[in-house]
Design a protein around this ligand. Structure first.
Ligand SMILES: [Mn+2]
Length: 329
């Protein structure tokens, strides 16, 4: 029986480029038989989309990248029980990892790694350019720059990989497919025929189209004044619009980069009256952002986190928790 292989990954640069690196190294028995499951960046519960009977006969092989294991625990256990083999690469807080002989995990929540860097580590740097681009996309510019320089990339090449990582990362943001320029699955289809990301950037106009849209959305966001400012940092409130649904995380990253001493929180109104939040620790002191976000039903990593739905009546409590959080000064 022919094995069925499914790659499951987050729809941002880190997820796409992590899956792509491993596929370049291990194309599989028949590239046409590889299925992919991905979505927008906020779509984390991706394992639910795989029917347990896809694993009938024990021939299902899954590779999962850049999504939190804890958010997919129940479907993971169902798939393992149905005979699937699963390899999981990630850098988000996982919670309890089940013990199962068919589950292999490489999960590292250190603030200076991303999933593509973990795959790069496993592959001994074989497709490092993709990992460098992904690290730029995951707001790890210093790590990306150092790794790229040490592997012989010049400043011009690094600038192109940065634009690629940031543009593809940006494309993952939005609440519905109508908010994004191209669905992550289609974008993966376009880039995954390339071994070298610099060739993809040179050939495919989608990268500069995405970069232009990102710049325009950021320029709109920069016009907004902070809602609250304190010693901890600034809190912004954005209206609900296409640009704000896309720009939330990129704006938070830009704020983090511009103010290395302060934290930032960007909240966007949702149509049901609640808020969506993107939170960043001071770049030099990434600590506890995930903890802060989990208090309000969100999640994340030490330096970056988010809350999918913050009730309007919790807005004040969130702002106070943000201001009183130990950002480690
Ligand atoms: Mn990531």
């Amino acid at each position: 029986m022919r094995p069925v292989e499914i790659d499951v990954f987050n729809g941002d640069a880190d997820g796409l480029f992590a899956a792509h690196q491993l596929r370049l190294a291990e194309p599989g028995p028949d590239p046409g038989a590889v299925r992919i499951v991905t979505g927008l960046k906020r779509e984390i519960a991706l394992l639910d989309r795989i029917a347990p009977d896809a694993a009938a006969g024990g021939a299902l092989q899954l590779r999962v990248f850049d999504i939190a294991l804890g958010r997919n625990l129940a479907p993971l256990q169902r798939l393992l029980a149905a005979g699937a083999t699963v390899r999981w690469f990630d850098h988000h807080h996982a919670g309890r990892i089940p013990e199962h002989p068919a589950l292999q995990t490489l999960i590292d929540v250190a603030p200076d790694v991303c999933t593509s860097l973990l795959v790069d580590r496993v592959l001994g740097g074989r497709y490092r350019r993709w990992a460098v681009a992904a690290a730029f996309g995951d707001n790890l510019a210093a790590v990306a720059h150092a790794l790229g320089t040490s592997s012989g990339l010049n400043e011009g090449e690094l600038a192109q990989l940065r634009e690629l990582g940031e543009a593809v990362n940006y494309n993952g943001y939005g609440e519905t497919a109508a908010d994004v320029l191209i669905e992550p699955a289609a974008l993966y289809g376009r880039l995954s025929v390339y071994g070298d990301p610099l060739e993809f950037v040179g050939d495919d106009p989608i990268v500069s189209e995405l970069a232009a849209r990102r710049r325009a959305d950021l320029a709109t966001a920069m016009q907004v004044r902070p809602w609250r400012e304190s010693a901890a940092g600034a809190v912004f409130l954005l209206p609900d619009a296409g640009w704000s649904r896309r720009v939330l995380g990129a704006f938070a990253n830009l704020l983090a980069e511009r103010s290395s001493s302060g934290a930032s929180a960007v909240l966007k109104a949702r149509d049901d009256g609640s808020y969506m939040a993107s939170v960043r620790a001071p770049v030099e002191r990434p600590r506890g952002t995930d903890r802060l976000c989990r208090r309000f039903g969100g999640d994340g990593r030490a330096g970056a986190g988010g809350i999918d739905r913050l009730a309007a009546e919790d807005l004040e409590a969130f702002a106070r928790a943000f201001e009183q959080h130990d950002w480690g000064r």
